[in-house]
Design a protein around this ligand. Structure first.
Ligand code: SF4
Length: 505
């Protein structure tokens, strides 16, 4: 397993072509704008070496029994699923942001299950190829970026109906050695500081879409791949002043990029789906389920940070014990623990798949993510309420440093005796960073937008069964248990009851 430092060093060996703010960047590991995202991903490596977190952060490979970072593990028990979400909460607490590596972990697990199912049905050999790739990921402790979302063009049209074929990543050519892929993937978390891209289809596909039904792995610096890194709220502050940035070490959300694939060659041993359109739906659903189950872990870790910040700010201003503050903090905690309960429930209600890997409970995973799309906004709203208007009116660090007004400003923002004004600034900026910026829409749309979760919840709701419950309780359907309890058919029972009701004169 790599340490955090070794991971950063490993990025220096990669030769990427990244564009950001009109500039071409090739040395990702040394680009100042990317540093916080790299530090956050490095934490997924570093914590695996801490004996305190070893049980959560590491696992034993089912392939060769070696001790590996849990971010490369295929879940093989309920305990694995539970430890995965514990790991997510822990990393959220340590970084206060998205630590990126889970998308690749979920892509690995989804492909493990689906390639097995494909081979069983079609007699293909994808699963064995995938196991060979997985062994490399585990042995080298690689960070994989799961790449699912396509640009999608006109969303009323299927991939094969699009005027622009590059609206969906697709196979442009097949050769005896492999496939050539063309198109793009959008919003890909952590990809510029990963080692491998693990690409998956983005939706269910039909027979006409077979060329778009493609899954594979390529090194991030494979020829023909370019990246365009996305902007984030207040991102340039990190280059201006650490105090103004809010979370200068780890930043805000995961660092997303568009990946452009311009006729990229993928050898057959790294291809895990090439035309099996009938498996796209289950692959997407399996990946989405794994990823949605995470959100009550990582986002609740972030909630722990923002709840701590809210209490700190209230305390620094002498109101930590005020009943309305205690009440608000309690609401935040209850909301966060509700989401945590959801993630735990997904894991404890998990099941073994035919591949031997364990999957979460998909209904509960979708409920988890749907709750997150609402409850993160609610606890961040309360954090803003407690922090006060200062989070949007603070002056810049540079003004604090001006000899003519710096001291006056410090006096304006002083709180309780003994609390450093700079620390008050740091904490208010942290709440600003976490509650005003990109973290909120990320909670809404990451792992799929709320409508996607509602479709899955409706599809799995078992509404017919619920109707039967209602019909049985209402006395429309035969209630065998009731008849056993009363010792006679229900009709006879009610005739008997009616006969005993005294007649009115
Ligand atoms: Fe991981 Fe959460 Fe970031 Fe998704 S949003 S990659 S689950 S930390």
């Amino acid at each position: 397993m790599m340490t955090g430092k070794e991971y950063i060093e490993s990025l220096r060996k990669l030769n990427l072509e990244v564009y950001f703010m009109g500039k071409k960047i090739t040395r990702v590991a040394d680009e100042p704008m990317f540093q916080p995202h790299i530090h956050t991903a490095a934490m997924t490596y570093e914590l695996a070496h801490d004996p305190e977190y070893e049980a959560i952060m590491t696992a034993h490979s089912h392939l060769d029994g070696a001790k590996i970072n849990r971010f490369t593990h295929i879940h093989h028990s309920i305990d694995d699923l539970v430890k995965k979400v514990r790991m997510m909460r822990l990393l959220g607490q340590k970084t206060g942001t998205c630590f990126q590596r889970c998308v690749g972990l979920d892509a690995l697990n989804a492909l493990y299950c689906t390639t097995y199912d494909m081979d069983q049905k079609n007699g293909t050999a994808y699963h064995q190829a995938f196991r060979v790739f997985l062994a490399q990921v585990q042995q080298k402790d690689l960070m994989s970026a799961g790449a699912m979302t396509d640009p999608r063009g006109d969303r009323s049209l299927r991939p094969s109906q699009q005027k622009n074929p590059n609206a969906y990543l697709h196979i442009s050519k097949r050769t005896k050695d492999g496939i050539i892929v063309k198109g793009a993937k959008a919003h890909i978390t952590g990809v510029i500081n990963s080692h491998e891209i693990v690409a998956l289809p983005t939706r269910a596909m039909g027979a006409d879409d077979a060329d778009f039904a493609v899954a594979f792995a390529v090194p991030v610096d494979a020829p023909g791949i370019r990246y365009i890194f996305s902007r984030q709220t207040n991102d340039s502050r990190r280059l201006e002043s650490p105090l103004d940035a809010g979370n200068p070490k780890y930043a805000i959300v995961g660092g997303e990029a568009i990946i452009v694939f311009d006729n990229v060659f993928v050898p057959w041993e790294r291809v895990f789906m090439a035309g099996e359109h009938e498996f796209c739906g289950s692959l997407v659903e399996t990946f989405a389920g794994y990823h949605r189950s995470n959100y009550g872990g990582c986002k609740v870790g972030l909630a722990d940070v923002v709840i701590g910040a809210s209490h700190w700010i209230a305390d620094a201003h002498g109101v930590a014990k005020a009943s309305h503050i205690v009440d608000k903090l309690t609401d935040m905690i209850a909301l966060a623990e509700t989401c945590w309960s959801c993630s735990l429930a997904c894991s404890y209600e998990g099941h073994k798949t035919p591949s031997g890997a364990y999957n979460i409970n998909p209904m509960l995973a979708n409920v988890t993510k749907l709750n997150i799309t609402q409850m993160v906004y609610e606890w961040m709203r309360i954090a803003q309420d407690i922090a006060g208007g200062k989070i949007i009116t603070l002056p810049a660090e540079k003004d604090l440093d001006l000899p003519e007004i710096g001291e006056i400003l410090r006096e304006c923002f002083r709180g309780k005796e003994g609390v450093a004004v700079d620390d008050i600034f740091k904490m208010l900026r942290l709440v600003e960073n976490m509650s005003v910026g990109a973290g909120l829409p990320e909670a809404m749309h990451g792992a799929g937008s709320p409508a996607a979760q509602k479709i899955m919840i409706a599809r799995r709701s078992g509404i017919e069964r619920k109707r039967q419950y209602a019909e049985t309780v209402a006395g429309i359907l035969k209630d065998e248990k009731f008849e056993t309890i009363v010792g006679m058919p229900e009709k006879e029972y009610w005739d008997d009851v009616r006969a005993k009701i005294p007649k009115k004169d």
